[in-house]
Design a protein around this ligand. Structure first.
Ligand SMILES: NC(=O)C1=CN([C@@H]2O[C@H](COP(=O)(O)OP(=O)(O)OC[C@H]3O[C@@H](n4cnc5c(N)ncnc54)[C@H](OP(=O)(O)O)[C@@H]3O)[C@@H](O)[C@H]2O)C=CC1
Ligand SMILES: O=C1OC[C@@H](O)[C@H](O)[C@H]1O
Length: 392
């Protein structure tokens, strides 16, 4: 017997690049990915400047008629028809914007990197608890079936206990004139927008280190890592190359996380350089092919089966009617199931883990001497902050 799916009603905060990808995924048919228990509806879109911009966004993503538009984030979070707000602003804005939504009593899915520092992440979690609402960091990769599969292989010790993981997400944006191929004002390198390789790309290297070395640790043995890091800074003050070692001494394991803006993980766009993540156990190795934010293939190599490489492809399901399928729908499905079931956090990326990850990133930035302005690092909520109103 089939019952009707639980439909989650979304309010979209900001209309940039990732909001476009995400909303197109929300608009795909869940059946195209074999999902029948939950569905999604976009009910409102809010920009920091004008209704008109929101309307243009809806046109671009070919949204159905009837979606409300708002020219401010404040109006968006006040819409009683919205169940959950998707925060798709730059990382610099996440704390203030997510607080705006949480304090309005809304469930929140907030883009990565969750915040600029750990204190902000703790305050968001505390607020979600007080308001009794759902809150999740939008690390979409965690909800890919390939991630679940790899976690399962790690937990079942398919290649023995895991002792070392090496993960890299780097883009080659090097230019002959010594700069990188982002304008100084671009959010990737702009210090006022919490730019830098770590918060934008390194979070994915950390995602793979965490979901293999930390998440899979039994609850009673949870051990946060010690961190040693090195950073090369760009002329804007943001990090352009960051390398970190995460040590879990009780588990005899280590993670090596890499990210950079001058060399790429994938030299030729064909993964000829090999895996982006190597998960090394005493009995073999699991390799994940990049890019680490959207991995589609993994390999298993066993010590006792030399020369044999098992290769598994896990493509993103495509909705032929909309001609779309990016892979962000799985995290949206997770939000819908959690909210349907009355859960306030996702077991796949619990609040405590998001906080430990932010603590690691904060420590890496501290060791590398990267600092961000007070406006974006404060953990004091201000609904009238320019980050919420868009006013300068
Ligand atoms: N999960 C993923 O795969 C990805 C996640 N991201 C994350 O999503 C977030 C947004 O990235 P992306 O969409 O690429 O960024 P964009 O610059 O394309 O969009 C950001 C949007 O935020 C709003 N905004 C409000 N204030 C500002 C400001 N001062 N400067 C710039 N934008 C502002 C604007 O929307 P409006 O005018 O409507 O208010 C703008 O369009 C980042 O945190 C990033 O890390 C990014 C790419 C991929
Ligand atoms: O999250 C991301 O994943 C894809 C990248 O292209 C983008 O820069 C980053 O924000």
């Amino acid at each position: 017997m089939s019952s009707s799916p639980f439909t989650l009603k979304w309010g979209i905060m900001a209309t940039g690049w990732i909001a476009e990808m995400f909303v197109q995924d929300l608009l795909t048919n869940p059946a195209a990915r074999n999902v029948n228990d939950v569905a999604h509806k976009v009910v409102a879109v809010g920009t920091s400047s004008s209704n008109d911009k929101a309307a243009k966004f809806l046109e671009k993503v070919k949204a159905p008629e009837g979606v409300k538009t708002y020219g401010s984030y404040k109006e968006l979070v006040a819409d009683p028809d919205v169940d959950i707000i998707y925060v798709a602003t730059p990382h610099s804005h996440h704390f203030q914007n997510a607080m705006l939504a949480l304090t309005a009593g809304k469930n929140v899915l907030c883009e990565k990197a969750l915040t600029v520092n750990a204190a902000q992440a703790r305050k968001l979690v505390q607020t979600a608890k007080e308001k009794n609402v759902f809150f999740m960091e939008a690390v979409w990769t965690r909800y890919f079936p390939i991630s679940s599969k790899v976690r399962e292989l790690v937990k079942s010790q398919a290649v023995g206990p895991i002792y070392r993981v090496i993960a890299d997400l780097s883009f080659n944006k090097d230019k002959p004139d010594g700069t990188v191929d982002f304008d100084d004002s671009h959010r990737m390198v702009n210090i006022n927008l919490a730019g830098g390789a770590l918060l934008d790309l390194g979070i994915y290297s950390l995602t793979w280190l965490f979901q293999t070395l930390y998440h899979c640790q039994p609850e009673e043995e949870k051990e946060a890592p010690k961190v040693v890091a090195a950073i090369n800074k760009y002329h804007t003050g943001a990090d352009e190359m960051t390398s970190m070692i995460l040590q879990f001494p009780k588990h005899k394991s280590m993670g090596v996380g890499l990210t950079a803006l001058r060399v790429g993980t994938d030299v030729d766009g064909e993964n000829s350089g090999g895996p982006a993540c190597r998960i090394q156990g005493s009995g073999g190795e699991i390799q994940v092919m990049g890019p680490l934010y959207r991995p589609l293939q993994y390999k298993v190599i066993k010590k006792d089966n030399p020369g044999k490489v098992e290769v598994y492809d896990m493509p993103i399901p495509h909705d032929d009617e909309r001609d779309w399928g990016h892979g962000m729908f799985w995290e949206a499905d997770e939000c819908a199931r959690c909210i349907r079931d009355g859960k306030k956090e996702s077991a796949t990326l619990p609040w405590s883990e998001s906080i430990v990850i932010m603590e690691v990133m904060e420590e890496v930035l501290r060791q590398g001497g990267v600092t961000y302005p007070e406006l974006i690092t404060t953990d004091v909520f201000d609904p009238e902050s320019s980050l919420n109103t868009g006013k300068r």
